[in-house]
Design a protein around this ligand. Structure first.
Ligand SMILES: CC(C)(COP(=O)(O)OP(=O)(O)OC[C@H]1O[C@@H](n2cnc3c(N)ncnc32)[C@H](O)[C@@H]1OP(=O)(O)O)[C@@H](O)C(=O)NCCC(=O)NCCS
Length: 326
C-alpha cells in the first residue's frame, strides 16, 4: 500500500467527529477518515477502551522481526500491557488506525506515548506489515499534535539503530539524540512545539549541546559522567532545516551552557551555524571539536570548565529571582 492510494489525506479535508470517538487524553482530536481504493477507509482516531481485543490482534500479527524492532526481544504483550494501551492516563494519548472494508474492520496501526518523570512522553508505534509505507509517519504527526495540545514538550523513543523506518520518521521531525547504550540502539527525541526539541525543566545539570553532521561525540559518556546533560543535534540535514541557519531561535541553543560543534562537514552551512551562535548568543561558549589530524585535541576539561563556569554564572546572575530555565 503506498501513500498515493490515500485520497485527501489532509486531516482538515476528511475530518469527521462522532460522539463515540471521545479521546481518553485531555486533548480530544477528531477522527480522520482517509478514503482508500476499493471502497475501503482508514479511520485514524483516539484509542477506546473497547479496542483491547483488536489491539491484541494487531500485536499477534507481528512476526519475530517486528517484535524485536518494537520490544528489542521476542516479547508477546500481556493482557495488562494491552489494557494500558487502550486506557491512556490523563495527558497521555494513543491513536489507532482502523481499516474499514466491505469484509469487516481491523486495527492496522497504533501510536502513542506515556508520560515520563521529566515531563516528556515515551513514544512508540506499530503498523501492520501490509499497511506500511506512509501510515507510520502519519500516526507520528497525529500523536505529536496531540502531545503539543496536552502540553507535553517532547516525545522520546528508544530505537534500534537498524530500525531505518523509525529513525527516518523521527528524523523528518528534526529529532535529536539523547545518548545511546552502545551502537546498537539510540534514544531519540522530537519536539512537539514550534521551537523544536527543548531541554527538560526537571534537569538541573549544565546543558551541553553537541552539533555534528557525523557520528557521535567521543566525549559524550565522559561529559555525562562529569555531571553534564548532553544532547546531540545533526544540524541542518536534507530532511530537516536548522532554525539557526534560517535566522530563528533554537531552544536547545538558547538553553545551552556550552555548545560543541564537531565540525565533520566542510560544507559552508556549518560555518554559518557556528557564526550565528557566536553572533546571536555571544555569552554562550562555543567550542570547535576538530576532526582528522587534530581529533584528540579536545579533552573533557575543555568542555567542563566553560560549561560549569557558564552554568555557575547564569545561576548567580539570576540569584534572588526564580530561574525560569531550570
Ligand atoms: C516503524 C513503523 C511504525 C514505521 O511505519 P511505516 O508505515 O513502515 O513507515 P514508512 O514505511 O513510511 O517509513 C518511515 C520513513 O522511513 C523511510 N524508510 C523506510 N524504509 C527505509 C529504509 N530501508 N531506509 C531508509 N529509510 C527508510 C520512509 O521513506 C519514511 O520516510 P519519509 O516519511 O521521510 O518518507 C513500522 O515499520 C513498524 O511497525 N515496524 C515494527 C515496529 C517498530 O519498529 N516500532 C517502532 C519502535 S517503537
Amino acid at each position: 500500500m503506498n501513500m498515493y492510494e490515500a485520497i485527501g489525506t489532509t486531516p482538515a479535508a476528511t475530518t469527521e467527529r462522532k460522539a463515540s470517538d471521545r479521546s481518553r487524553s485531555d486533548v480530544c482530536p477528531t477522527a480522520r477518515a482517509i478514503p482508500m481504493s476499493n471502497g475501503r477507509t482508514i479511520v485514524v482516531r483516539p484509542v477506546r477502551q473497547q479496542d483491547e481485543a483488536d489491539l491484541s490482534d494487531l500485536y499477534d500479527g507481528l512476526d519475530i522481526g517486528d517484535r524485536y524492532l518494537r520490544f528489542f526481544s521476542a516479547y508477546r504483550p500481556t493482557r495488562d500491557f494491552i489494557h494500558k494501551l487502550a486506557n491512556p492516563a490523563p495527558r497521555e494519548a494513543r491513536a489507532v488506525a482502523e481499516l474499514n472494508e466491505p469484509g469487516g474492520r481491523r486495527l492496522v496501526g497504533e501510536a502513542g506515548y506515556s508520560l515520563l518523570t521529566n515531563g516528556n512522553g515515551e513514544f512508540e508505534m506499530v503498523v501492520a506489515r501490509d499497511w506500511r509505507g506512509w501510515l507510520g509517519p502519519y500516526l507520528l504527526d497525529v500523536v505529536i499534535q496531540i502531545a503539543a495540545g496536552n502540553g507535553v514538550p517532547n516525545l522520546e523513543a528508544e530505537v534500534l539503530a537498524r530500525n531505518t523506518s523509525m529513525v527516518a520518521a523521527l528524523r523528518a521531525h528534526g529529532c535529536v539524540r539523547l545518548g545511546h547504550a552502545g551502537w546498537n540502539e539510540c534514544r531519540l527525541m522530537v519536539g512537539t512545539g514550534r521551537q523544536g526539541p527543548t531541554w527538560s525543566d526537571a534537569d538541573d545539570r549544565p546543558h551541553v549541546l553537541v552539533e555534528t553532521s557525523g557520528a557521535g561525540w567521543p566525549l559524550e559518556a565522559a561529559a555525562e559522567c562529569a555531571g553534564m546533560r548532553v544532547i546531540t543535534c545533526g544540524g541542518p540535514t536534507r530532511d530537516h532545516s536548522c532554525p539557526v541557519v534560517s535566522g530563528h531561535e533554537c531552544a536547545l541553543v538558547t538553553g545551552a551552557d556550552a555548545i560543541v560543534v564537531r565540525n565533520a562537514s566542510p560544507k559552508p552551512i556549518w560555518k554559518t551555524v557556528t557564526r550565528n551562535h557566536t553572533c546571536s548568543h555571544p555569552d554562550i561558549p562555543v567550542l570547535i571539536d576538530p576532526l582528522g589530524d587534530h581529533a584528540q585535541a579536545m579533552t573533557i576539561d575543555d568542555v567542563r570548565v566553560p560549561a560549569f563556569l557558564h552554568f555557575h554564572l547564569q545561576t548567580a546572575r539570576r540569584s534572588g529571582a526564580p530561574d525560569s530555565r531550570r
